[in-house]
Design a protein around this ligand. Sequence first.
Ligand code: GCV
Length: 731
Amino acid sequence: MRSVRPTNVLLNALAVAALVFTTSLSPPVAAETGAEAWLRYAPLSPHAAKSYKQLPGKIVVLGDSFVLRTAQQELARDVAKMLGRPLTSSGVPGGKAIVLATLDEIHAILPTLQAPQGLKADGYWITTARVRGAECLIITASNDRGVLYGVFAFLSKIARGESIKKINELQQPYAPIRWVNQWDNLDGRIERGYGGPSIFFLNGKVRDDLTRAGQYARLLASIGINGCTINNVNAAPGILEDDFISQVRRIAAVFRPWGVQLSLSVDLSSPKVVGSTHVATAASAVQPAQSVAEPLDTFDPLDPRVADWWRKKVNEIYRQIPDFGGFVVKADSEGRLGPSTYGRTPADAANVIARALKPHGGIVFYRAFVYNHHLDWHDLKNDRAKAAYDNFHPLDGAFDENVIVQIKNGPIDFQVREPVSPLFAGLRRTNEAVELQITQEYTGQQRQLCFLVPMWKEVLDFDMRIDGNSTPVKDIVSGRVFHRPVAGFAGVANVGMEANWMGSPLAMANLYGFGRLAWDPSLSSETIADEWTRLSFGRDLLVVKTINDLQLNSWHVYENYTGPLGAGTLTNITGNHYDPGPESSEENGWGQWHRADHQGIGMDRTVATGTDYIAQYTPEVQKLYETLASCPDNLLLFFHHVPYTYALHSGKTVIQHVYDSHYEGAEQAGDFVPQWKALRGHIDDERYRDILARFEYQATEAVVWRDAICNWIYRLSGIPDQKGRVGSPQP
Ligand code: GCV
């Protein structure tokens, strides 16, 4: 046996001892499931906690409501978690305290306190003032919900290590409507949901245990979301059965303490079918329906019996859910019935429902996603992208004041890159909301990283140049440009029962980012990513930098290896919307065409020779897209059909760009793995391993994508890659 020299034994022993010593010195990294998301409120180190030692030890709440009580409990619980300090609570002012109250309530004890500017609904102000001689921290707002939002903002500061000394911060929401949509089916499955089954429904009934629904409302409130539509826009009529409404009432009850209004997606044919659909019933705690709406032989929105049906149904809903938000309607779209059955318009359909909701303060979101999915693909003038504008622009001014037209960010369907929908500039006398997709249907389905905030920022900042003025989308959809009374943001979230909500811990940054942008679209992607990372993973500098970089690069990386130059994601559009499937776009009526053939690629949407889609934009935007000279490379194939040899502004040919971007994207995705590996030991093992496995998978998928698209385009074009990677043997 070989002898081991004593010096080596000694060195080894010292190394082991050093490792044990350092390990025992570093703080333990606790196991995490991701369930707490950005509301972890991890304990601060004693050193960090010291800078909050001036925080009063008492909470004084003035007024009483579900939401104020929630605010007080949240503050007490999370301060205790982070600072290890209990806070007492009282309804009586006296001594140093954190005061939670609306401005009206606070004026009873501090009549002279004036916010620096008028507070809108849900806006908040965090400041300090002397109350009866004692220095107090004040979290105030014009309504209870604003106080809750102020509390969450304050807690976020502590969790991220921001100073609260001399705090004086007033925040207003950019738009009144900040809602999420869930595409949950009553059987418990979620359309385009990648985070497990529904948190609301199971086997045709509302779940008995709604704990997760309450936790979801807490997450939503923490980022300023004030409404949630709980069921799929492909709505089962059964949702409006009386028995079902009494079940839904339980979900509204768990939302209420968080200031989240519940709303429902409804099928326009409901007056004809509700009453005859079978829904599973659950024991009801309320009296049976008082004004049963009997099924009719029509759902024609202009038939007075239909108006009466909606009125009765809505009255019944408000009897059970007094703070009900309203309805979302998808009609005449993808096989859904709609007003066209009776030769009526979307405005007729929206208004009949809106009039039933109006006395209660409810709203109708009528989706502009109305298009013919049986378009004749042989006809080069046909263009699905034109549908929303063609259907809704002529109806501008015809919608009631409590209707919002909900418009997807692009004219097709949540592709990795699209121009903004021209309809945003096409409705001057109609309320609008932008619909963004948080769930990553076409962008990797949460199995691949794609942080969508930079994409949404481009959409919201895009200047529509209405009447030659600066009119970014964010100012139109917030109601500013045309002084609309209700307007805002709807995000398709689709969280599920999986512990980490969306199927991937990193994908939660998209939900967080949606809420933050809906509150303040001027926030940068960098700020949002940084806030989210610190809250979700802690403040270790390597962790923060690495995760921020990964998130911020991920959209471009995904775009690089999937859909170049605005051609779309090139996914399998007739199947799973995930795998590469460029052929599936063509030769069918869905209209997600890229028109690739042996000579060239791209949809000609110009006014001069194409589908005329570009004419739907304002004159300045038309100019930008109409000519090859001014059209940006990243949207070239959305607007123009060009030969593969066409030279881009970058100097590369289209075909070489496709090869290069796919190789570059796959390489970048491969690099995510070593970047992530550097975080081993810096974060909890559970999330480390989970995310590592995802990045390893993404690296292989990116290669699958690269090869599928490069080989496909080579087969079509016959032009080999100049770098010898595609179309000719490797040297
Ligand atoms: C809920 C796309 C999706 C559908 C979705 C539809 C919509 O087509 O693939 O799942 O249906 O958009 O937004 O209505």
